[in-house]
Ligand binder design. Structure first.
Ligand SMILES: Cc1ncc(COP(=O)(O)O)c(C=O)c1O
Length: 393
């Protein structure tokens, strides 16, 4: 390819940030020892790790010892769901304790919930992708041991009303733990985990500029987990294995940098996407924006960095391939599902017909995106959809 493609797939992964690269290199050079070794080099790594976790705790509204470093969001969700349901003598443990998931959860939540063998109940969402008080109430009772919710959706950007939903869980199923998947929220919005009132929360570093292969699970003080990985009892025996201080330092630097600019980035993307959507909807009157009305509001109830589009009569897969040839990296939906060619369960949960869901294209932007790139995408989308549609006779 003779020119750099326009990258509009930030919800799949973000490029490594300069701050993360510098922090990784510094830690890997000056503190590469094993953090559990008692000698000076080991203690240098321990010091880096402890300092990073203290900084992370300050940014995420929790305490340092409540953070477990994982390999990413999927492992954090797996550890939360499988680890919490395997602890004896707590509400999540009895074989008849049910797990509640929302219909728009990521596959790492859905598949790990299913793998526990527990009854899994699904809280439906409305046409905008929101779990409502009524839909959650309908699946809560004294049998529920764990409720899995999302901060923001990866495909359509819907941000859930977490405080209201957590309050409802405390009222209707006070014994249940709440897991909040923050893979698409961390770094894009400032999160205060203690104030949100959840028990467990997952973070994926590569979504906001950390290297791939590092994430976090927040485990509120008092919540116990069985480890998925047994071994040297690192991280208070919640996740064994030599800790990667450099990766955690890189994640910390990436989060700090993202949060410094998050509000400004989202505000400017809101403006640019509003213009792009106006262009697309005027030129393609049958196009629909999923999970949202026409406005893009920074800081509101959906991430302004995501535009999920459908259009009747086109194949999303073919459209993504054409856009790729035209120099735009976008996806049909979640990167892991796109490879399987199935219609998105998120779009189906909104009530979209299968054929519409199959036409989906997800565009997601980040701090490095420019106005010119979003404008150029809108023009290319209109052109490619028009080319794929039989012309009116
Ligand atoms: C909402 C959500 N949860 C979990 C994950 C999994 O994170 P990771 O890729 O770090 O395993 C993703 C990644 O796409 C996600 O978007």
């Amino acid at each position: 390819m003779d020119r750099t493609p326009v990258y509009l797939d930030w919800n799949a992964t973000a490029p490594l940030s300069d701050a993360a690269r510098a922090a990784w290199l510094e830690a890997q050079t000056s503190a590469w020892g094993n953090p559990t070794s008692v000698h000076a080099l080991g203690q240098a790594a321990r010091h880096h790790l402890d300092r990073a976790k203290t900084d992370l705790a300050r940014m995420l509204g929790c305490r340092a010892h409540e953070l477990v470093a994982t390999s990413g969001g999927s492992e954090a969700n797996a550890l939360a769901i499988r680890g919490a349901t395997a602890i004896r003598g707590v509400a999540t443990e009895p074989p008849d304790a049910a797990i509640v998931v929302s219909a728009v959860e990521h596959s790492s939540v859905l598949r790990n919930a299913a793998a526990t063998g527990r009854q899994v109940r699904t809280a439906t969402v409305d046409a905008l992708g929101r779990v409502t008080v009524d839909s959650l109430s309908a699946v809560l009772d004294a049998q529920v041991g764990l409720v899995c919710l999302q901060f923001a959706n990866n495909e359509i950007g819907t941000v859930q009303d977490v405080p209201a939903l957590v309050a409802l869980v405390r009222q209707r199923a006070p014994q249940a733990l709440v897991l909040l998947d923050c893979a698409q929220g961390a770094g894009k919005r400032r999160l205060d985990l203690a104030a949100l009132g959840v028990d467990l929360a997952s973070v994926a570093g590569h979504k906001f500029g950390a290297p791939k292969g590092v994430g976090l699970l927040y485990v509120r003080t008092g919540v116990r987990l069985n480890p998925l990985i047994a071994g040297g009892r690192q991280q208070q025996d919640r996740r064994s294995g030599t800790e990667d201080a450099a990766a955690v330092c890189a994640l910390t630097a990436a989060l700090a940098e993202s949060l410094d600019h998050a509000a400004v980035v989202e505000a400017r993307l809101a403006g640019w996407f509003t213009t792009a959507w106006l262009h697309i909807s005027q030129d393609l009157p049958l196009a629909r924006r999923n999970g949202a009305d026409d406005r893009f509001n920074a800081g509101g109830d959906r991430l302004a960095s995501v535009l999920s589009l459908v259009h009747p009569g086109v194949s999303g897969e073919a459209l993504v391939a054409r856009l790729d040839l035209a120099g735009f990296c976008v996806s049909t939906g979640a990167a892991c599902m796109a490879a399987r060619g199935e219609p998105s369960h998120v779009l189906l949960a909104l009530g979209l017909p299968v054929e519409w869901a199959r036409s989906a294209v997800r565009v997601s932007a980040g701090p490095g995106t420019t106005e010119a790139e979003i404008d150029a995408f809108a023009t290319a989308y209109v052109r490619e959809v028009a080319a794929m549609r039989p012309s009116p006779t």
